[in-house]
Ligand binder design. Sequence first.
Ligand code: PMP
Length: 411
Amino acid sequence: AATTLVSQSSGADWLARYSSSLMGVFGTPQRVLVRGAGCLVWDADGKEYLDLLGGIAVNALGHAHPFVTSVISSQLATLGHVSNFFTSPTQIALAEKLLALTNAPAGSKVFFANSGTEANEAAFKLARRNNSDGKRTKVIALEGAFHGRTMGALALTAKEAYRAPFEPLPGGVVHIPFGDIEALRAAVDDSTAAVFLEPIQGEAGVRPLSAEYLQAAREVTTAAGALLILDEVQTGIGRTGKWLASEDAGIVPDAVTLAKGLGGGFPVGALVTFGSTTSALLTTGQHGTTFGGNPVATAAALATLHAIESQGVLQNVVTVGNHLREGLAAIEAVTEVRGEGLLIGFDVNADIAPAMVTAALDAGFIINSPGPRTIRLAPPLILTIDQADRFLDALPTLIATATANTAKDAQ
Ligand code: PMP
């Protein structure tokens, strides 16, 4: 491993070097992680953690999954990269696989990127091309939306703190209230190029849109000639126990973006366009990327999808997800539990969520707080009932510790 190329240091030493060599955009990292296996990771000081965040919904099959690892290694040892003047079998096979898994109609196509943000950038460009008469300047997204932080994706993202330092952002984006069908009906008109929706808003604290909302969105966008683009970067690829979180709504969107879990930990993103008309909006020369669709990335995704299918992972997501939600709902300080499968958000009755993250780390659990009272769990999809129970058993103590530490800090 690359550990032979770097010196052995303690976590504290690494973090000191981090602060003097890396840009501070992520603040100070919580730990220095050196190794993972399944749902467990270890830090530079040898401490073990149960990973209930999975790199934020990325490590679909946990860490160092043997099959995914071996497919990536052998692909790398066979053909690592080709330019986009060429293609490779894994790229084509993965595109076909994604079209099959998303039930895409004839004429549907795939564009490969390297991240969720990049998939959304491509989707934004697709939306701009839905403008044959030059009047479709409006793109609609929701309050609370997170679609990425490059300039285009940031224009779609709602959070003012992310946006304000970078104005002017690409224009025409309108944010409307979350989950409000009437507001959607009022906003979508013949100047609308596209509506972007996350079926479950992840960064906003795991907030699901109803099937009725998604159906209404399909109806009004179709009527207005606007594209319905679903960002399933966080919710897709088994996260909810289905290939797409939007599956149950029974709608065919115009495009879906995917990333995170798709590569099982390897960077790969995808834009899937549905039907031949939408798929023809971006033509030769209108978009591109050096690494997108790289043989190793596409091999990683093929291996991930194969393992999810052959190892009963989707059923596990449903079973363990339901178990976790039931256990969480039974805890006194927990006021609300949201989400589906293994994308779970829960609220506590005081502003202790950040302190809970710290207490959890000390106790050997990795969790995340997208809000002052909200905890998000997005563990590997292979999490077991026993591992879920370890967390549920520890949670009352974590809440008590976080409450005490928050009170101490306030003094
Ligand atoms: N869309 C959604 C819904 C996301 O949750 C994220 C990442 N949190 C992104 C886009 C951006 O993806 P990436 O970080 O891979 O660029």
